[in-house]
Design a protein around this ligand. Structure first.
Ligand code: SAH
Ligand code: SF4
Ligand code: F3S
Length: 485
């Protein structure tokens, strides 16, 4: 990808006016930004460094890889330390504590900037789509150089150029977009696996959730663009893809020629050299029989489904606007398990939604006990300004929520621990991800059900899929032994 872009960059004349069409316009600004970085680097007598910090979900992680791609293309060297020449925070606002973290850390960045006045600080991502946040930043954090949102992340190079040329902070937030710009640089965190956006935005408006407001309306990428991207990734060494969308089950509905998610998966399955397919997130209301059939027959789709429940109470689910009942959810789980018996099921749960009674909470516990999730993310309800739930009366007192949260967590953990054991003794394929951080005689990899396995091995195994005997389950991970064949 970079090489192809590099060839185009060589043909660009910076004295001409910037092109209007994307991605050509951004290629122009990539080249222009590079000129400014080179100049700055000459003055400083050393290469400039940049550090990207990501908050939030896998979508944000993927967006950060795009930011990194642009930073590298324009000449910044990657830095792990936030004492870099350019620090960019890709923010999340799904819960209040995600916001607080950013404000806290901005104080620290300010102290670094006092030591290195040429340092630039950039903020982007979901939190920036909230007008109150931007107001607060303008007033109390004037040392931030660059603020942009989720819709114009592809313009990163252009915004950097604007910052260099104007000498003033740049704030550029779009309310909405219908554009998807393809073929921009991207720097993957892992050589052997990658996230792939299949859609952006969300139309579901669950009553507690801010994502539809900060990520905009649902837009699906063209299947051809997705396939082309995955083919390129595979040619570049990727064996596992994670297809990303807020509700992958509604993929393709808004395309000119509608395609279902199941159809897309069938096409992706055919890509030679691709070994594993994951996806998230599946909304239970849109999970089709066609998808279950594709999962049952697929050799590449991993043995794992993340199926957020949120609450087990049909009454609360209705107020949450989730569009399924407890019974429908449980039926769906049965149908999936009948088709793919050993599938690993994981979920997201919220406690303390406004008006949640002890009975409602017990319904959630009941589903947890019936489904026996392999793992579950448990969240305390967080009031998000602008969402319908924020205006609801009877918000639940903190001590009640805390008590329910603790009870839920201990139940979820006890069950996950038991479920994790179920493949003990088996020989299963593991995709090796890294040398173990604590013991470098071990490598760490993942089963298709997403559990981690540590076993004796060397770094040349990274990115390979090997057969491992699962000797001993230790809570939430395995100790194994590679099978010699
Ligand atoms: N699109 C995905 C979820 C994206 S947000 C889906 O519908 O499943 C990830 C998780 O954050 C959600 O599943 C939910 O459990 C949690 N979440 C979202 N808004 C929240 C809020 N206001 N308070 C607490 N948790 C929330
Ligand atoms: Fe939020 Fe619901 Fe959309 Fe998920 S489906 S992102 S929970 S509004
Ligand atoms: Fe957070 Fe935005 Fe993801 S709000 S969870 S980073 S879509």
């Amino acid at each position: 990808m970079v090489d192809k872009i590099e060839t185009v960059l060589q043909t660009i004349d910076l004295d001409a006016t910037p092109p209007v069409q994307e991605p050509m316009r951004q290629y122009y600004f990539l080249k222009k930004a590079r000129k400014y970085i080179e100049e700055a680097s000459r003055k400083m007598g050393r290469p400039l460094t940049a550090c990207t910090t990501t908050f939030g979900c896998q979508m944000n992680a993927r967006d950060s890889e795009k930011l990194d791609g642009i930073l590298r293309q324009i000449g910044y060297q990657k830095s792990e330390s936030e004492e870099a020449d350019f620090v960019i925070y890709n923010t999340c606002t799904v819960r209040e504590n995600a916001n607080q973290k950013v404000y806290g850390r901005l104080g620290v960045l300010h102290s670094y900037k006092k030591k290195n006045p040429r340092m630039m600080i950039g903020l982007c991502g979901c939190m920036m789509q909230e007008p109150d946040v931007v107001e607060k930043l303008k007033k109390s954090y004037p040392f931030v150089d660059l603020i942009f949102g989720t819709h114009n992340i592809y313009k990163f190079a252009e915004l950097i150029v604007n910052r260099f040329e104007s000498g003033h902070p740049i704030i550029d937030i779009w309310k909405e977009t219908d554009q998807i710009v393809e073929d921009l640089p991207c720097e993957r965190k892992y050589p052997f696996k990658s996230g792939v956006n299949i859609m952006f935005g969300c139309n579901n408006f669950c009553s507690y959730c801010i994502v539809p407001y900060v990520r905009g309306r649902e837009r699906s990428r063209n299947p051809k663009d997705i396939i082309r991207e995955i083919e390129k990734l595979v040619a570049d060494g990727v064996v596992e893809v994670m297809l990303l969308g807020q509700n992958v089950n509604s993929y393709g509905k808004t395309l000119e020629e509608p395609v279902t998610f199941a159809q897309l998966l069938r096409e992706i399955e055919k890509i030679d050299g691709l070994k594993r397919i994951r996806f998230m997130t599946s909304h239970p209301k849109d999970l089709s029989d066609e998808l279950i059939e594709v999962m049952r027959n697929s050799k590449k789709i991993c043995n794992h489904l993340h199926l957020p429940l949120q609450s087990g109470s049909s009454r609360i689910l209705k107020i949450m606007n989730r569009k399924y009942t407890k019974e429908q959810y449980l039926e769906l789980v049965e149908k999936i398990r009948a088709a793919v018996p050993d599938i690993s099921l994981t979920t997201d749960l919220i406690v303390g939604f406004p008006g949640e009674t002890e009975e409602d909470f017990l319904e959630t516990l009941d589903v947890v006990r019936k489904v026996r999730y392999d793992s579950a993310f448990t969240f305390i309800y967080s009031k998000r300004t602008g969402t319908p739930a924020a205006k609801m009366e009877n918000q639940i007192p903190q001590e009640v929520v805390k008590d329910r949260f603790d009870r839920l967590l201990s139940e979820v953990q006890a069950i996950s621990k038991e479920e994790a054991k179920k493949v003990e003794g088996q020989i299963l394929p593991v995709l090796v991800e890294e040398v173990n951080g604590q013991d470098d005689s071990l490598v760490t990899g993942r089963l298709t059900n997403n559990l981690l396995v540590h076993f004796k091995g060397t770094k040349d195994l990274i990115g390979k899929i090997v057969e491992v005997e699962l000797k001993e389950c230790r809570g939430f991970y395995y100790m194994g032994e590679k099978c010699e064949r």
